[in-house]
Ligand binder design. Sequence first.
Ligand SMILES: *[C@@H]1O[C@H](CO)[C@@H](O)[C@H](O)[C@H]1NC(C)=O
Ligand SMILES: *[C@@H]1O[C@H](CO)[C@@H](O)[C@H](O)[C@H]1NC(C)=O
Ligand SMILES: *[C@@H]1O[C@H](CO)[C@@H](O)[C@H](O)[C@H]1NC(C)=O
Ligand SMILES: *[C@@H]1O[C@H](CO)[C@@H](O)[C@H](O)[C@H]1NC(C)=O
Ligand SMILES: *[C@@H]1O[C@H](CO)[C@@H](O)[C@H](O)[C@H]1NC(C)=O
Ligand SMILES: *[C@@H]1O[C@H](CO)[C@@H](O)[C@H](O)[C@H]1NC(C)=O
Length: 464
Amino acid sequence: MDYYSSCGRYFVVVFVTTLCFLALSVQCRPFEYSEFRVLSQISASPSPAPEGSDSFSPSSRENSSAAVFSVMSYGAVGDGVSDDTQAFKTAWDNACQSDESAVILVPKHYTFMIQSAIFTGPCKNGLVFQIEGSMMPPDGPNSWPKNFSKRQWLVFYRINGMTMQGGGLIDGRGQKWWDLPCKPHKVKNGTIPPGPCDSPVALRFFWSSKLIVKGLKIKNSPQFHFRFDSCHDVHIDSLYVKSPSGSPNTDGIHIENSNDVQIYNSVISNGDDCVSIGAGSYNVDIRNITCGPSHGISIGSLGIKNSRACVSNITVRDSVIKHSDNGVRIKTWQGGYGSVSKITFDNIHMDTVRNPIMIDQYYCSNKACLNQSSAVYVNDISYTNIKGTYDVRSPPMHLACSDAVPCTNLTLYDVELLPSLGQRILDPFCWNAYGDIKAVTVPPVFCLMEGFPQALLSSDVDQC
Ligand SMILES: *[C@@H]1O[C@H](CO)[C@@H](O)[C@H](O)[C@H]1NC(C)=O
Ligand SMILES: *[C@@H]1O[C@H](CO)[C@@H](O)[C@H](O)[C@H]1NC(C)=O
Ligand SMILES: *[C@@H]1O[C@H](CO)[C@@H](O)[C@H](O)[C@H]1NC(C)=O
Ligand SMILES: *[C@@H]1O[C@H](CO)[C@@H](O)[C@H](O)[C@H]1NC(C)=O
Ligand SMILES: *[C@@H]1O[C@H](CO)[C@@H](O)[C@H](O)[C@H]1NC(C)=O
Ligand SMILES: *[C@@H]1O[C@H](CO)[C@@H](O)[C@H](O)[C@H]1NC(C)=O
């Protein structure tokens, strides 16, 4: 069992990172290995930035002895029309190779239009990416350069130690992407019209560690706002994420295959999950998030296309979820394997939320999923102090577990959910859900089963 699971985890990690790496290398080889080197040769030596330095107070600097690389010193215009990509790449390249710790400065009062770009490390020293002005991509799919990936805008790759911060604004200009006819909310009769559908993630951090991302405002991403994959030691603090509630796939912060991640003190409203946690994530601590309108905080979806997913030790506490389609949710596809375990939801206030507490092991985004006999095992999930109101169109609790692999050790303690308007119509729903009620809940949950299911004693569940 031990051998099998560690080997399995290794395989998943290698497989996923190899896939991503292949995807990245196809997209970025040319600039990573040739263009980048040419840029290094022609670029100016590091110089303190006269322009914009007035708007960047020394007190906000991490390290007062750091060299400042203002994008203005490398030819950025910042009029919102000119293409400032080269200036950013050159500033990055110089800062990254700097012998002192470096600050890349995006000064206040300017708007920088930047094409899709990959900022690659490792860098010689720690970096601060100080965003005081505005940054935005080209406006919509027709303005996107033909030979660039439409799946990502700014990518930070193989960075070991970077703080990205500042009072600036990142505007993803998502509208024209959301309007593509293939987007889920546009599809009328279940038939997805042909045509390109890829949309860029605004900020993607890949294969990186020791990241701090704080204080930024980001709005209207074409797709996810932040995505962290294969990263560890990530501290996210005080982010403001805002997109319309109808914008498709605009998850606020998505993490995947990442560990030791903290997400604190952030305010997110968007058209999909506030925070979504994908396969291979563990040791994730989420605190003081205000979420909504949105689709809530989600673990999953896991186990797509019969894949293995291992997620454990995730805590979400001291947060508010309002006017959202879901509250705290775990979603898995039928046919997957692996497990989700040691998940704690503690002190979450719900305000007019559909499905405040939800486990859905029958997740299916396309309405054409067949019943399958394996599932990602859901175990040790605790809900403590979950209070507030729910939208009576859905049951206050929905624990739909797999026939093949029931959920076990779900614990409810101090749960109190009242209709936001009207009367309770639906009782809490459970299906193959086992666990304990530690104190009386409102409404009462009679459907949770005690003990441990026979089905699991005799089957060989993959516990990761
Ligand atoms: C895309 O084409 C432009 C213009 O031909 C070129 O400058 C750029 O390097 C290309 N980018 C990639 C990622 O191939
Ligand atoms: C669905 O709608 C599209 C366009 O509106 C149409 O071309 C297609 O035939 C429809 N499909 C079905 C199964 O009704
Ligand atoms: C929670 O986050 C909000 C938004 O960033 C912040 O204003 C507030 O001070 C935080 N509360 C605590 C207790 O840290
Ligand atoms: C769970 O994650 C937290 C960080 O979020 C960490 O401090 C703790 O040691 C982890 N627990 C285990 C058993 O790994
Ligand atoms: C899957 O199983 C459920 C519950 O056992 C049943 O209601 C449903 O009809 C099945 N669906 C298919 C496609 O077999
Ligand atoms: C059940 O879950 C709780 C809280 O998640 C945990 O403390 C406890 O150890 C688990 N019990 C078993 C038998 O695994």
